[in-house]
Design a protein around this ligand. Structure first.
Ligand code: HEC
Ligand code: HEC
Ligand code: HEC
Ligand code: HEC
Ligand code: HEC
Length: 217
């Protein structure tokens, strides 16, 4: 997307809310915010420079998400894989495919491929993948069935109301990691999910925050 406004404009509503608007007005804002339809970028599905398909690689070929998004369990940021990860196979597989020309060019020149970012929170909010994955929340809960997407599409609004909906009631999103991975896209909550969730919440002392400072540091 073209950047029409400079980045700091993102922070303006937040600065306004916390900076100099009185608490009364702000309380009104909160009521308005939670009452209004969820702010949404659902359906955002930009064209990527290389026609890379998750349906093929993560679906048909069955590659685990973490093969490419390798730092997701240890760092706050999910990583987009470097070209080297692709070349691990594509220096041997489909070496003269036109669809892979840009990948080969990138490997040769050492210039990264310019993938278009899809999911993006405003800078004033804080999110950490690793905490959610350790808690047993699967990729599916926030990104949908990526294994069926030729082109990745945003499936959830990533709005504050959306974050809080799950923080207040995470039960149906908590997997027992002893029997299922966070990357399994076929998982659905079993019949005794309520019981399992209760156990997991107490064992891991899960405590999804609702206080402002947790997500706005
Ligand atoms: C072979 C490597 C590879 C595998 C395996 C893989 N991905 Fe990706 N993923 C990528 C690349 C490259 C991009 C950037 C291009 C794109 O968006 O398609 C990406 C982008 C994404 C994005 C969008 C990121 C953004 O810009 O917001 C999500 C979400 C994602 N992957 C989730 C997954 C999930 C979930 C799995 C497992 C089911 C998975 N990926 C498996 C390589 C991979
Ligand atoms: C583990 C091996 C492996 C890795 C890693 C891998 N691929 Fe692939 N990729 C394949 C295979 C196998 C196919 C072909 C399947 C078929 O059509 O037979 C393929 C097909 C493709 C195609 C379609 C090419 C065509 O001509 O139809 C593109 C584009 C592609 N991969 C891009 C990527 C990118 C970009 C990355 C890195 C983010 C990547 N691949 C990583 C194994 C891999
Ligand atoms: C609790 C919700 C949640 C879960 C679970 C989750 N994600 Fe994300 N993901 C997000 C949000 C929110 C963003 C945007 C983060 C930001 O802008 O800081 C994001 C961004 C991404 C990106 C883009 C990062 C970048 O730098 O371009 C990738 C790739 C990704 N997620 C992959 C995954 C994979 C793979 C899994 C499962 C192993 C997963 N996510 C699980 C919510 C989630
Ligand atoms: C599908 C459920 C789900 C969604 C959606 C979700 N979370 Fe969480 N979140 C959790 C759970 C469960 C925990 C508790 C983890 C723990 O206590 O170890 C948590 C914990 C956190 C924490 C505290 C741990 C830390 O990293 O400091 C923050 C901050 C957080 N989430 C931010 C967000 C934001 C921001 C969003 C929306 C973009 C979001 N979450 C969406 C389930 C979710
Ligand atoms: C679980 C994480 C989380 C918590 C807790 C949270 N927020 Fe947010 N908040 C977000 C996210 C994510 C966004 C960005 C939403 C978006 O892009 O639409 C946001 C956006 C905002 C905005 C900008 C609203 C807008 O319409 O652009 C304000 C103001 C705000 N939050 C205030 C608060 C206040 C006050 C609290 C405490 C009562 C709070 N937040 C608690 C995650 C959280």
């Amino acid at each position: 997307m073209a950047q029409i406004f400079p980045k700091y404009v993102n922070a303006i509503p937040f600065v306004l809310a916390f900076g100099f608007i009185g608490t009364g007005v702000f309380a009104f804002g909160v009521v308005w915010y939670f009452g209004s339809p969820k702010y949404t970028d659902v359906g955002y599905r930009p064209k990527q420079p290389v026609p890379f398909s998750h349906r093929l690689h993560a679906g048909e070929l069955g590659m685990d998400c973490r093969y490419c998004h390798a730092s997701i369990e240890v760092s706050q940021e999910a990583n987009i894989p470097p070209t080297q990860t692709c070349m691990g196979c594509h220096s041997m597989v489909l070496t003269d495919s036109e669809k892979l020309q840009l990948v080969r060019d990138s490997a040769k020149s050492d210039e990264p491929i310019e993938w278009v970012r899809i999911h993006k929170l405003p800078q004033y909010s804080y999110f950490d993948h690793s905490v959610h994955l350790r808690a047993g929340v699967g990729c599916y809960s926030c990104h949908g069935k990526v294994t069926e997407m030729d082109v990745v599409e945003q499936k959830q609004p990533l709005s504050m109301g959306w974050c809080l909906d799950c923080h207040r009631q995470p039960e149906n999103h908590l997997r027992d990691l002893a029997s299922v991975t966070v990357t399994d896209m076929t998982w659905t909550p079993p019949d005794n999910q309520a019981e399992i969730a209760k156990r997991l919440i107490s064992e891991k002392r899960l405590n999804p925050p609702e206080d402002c400072s947790a997500c706005h540091q």
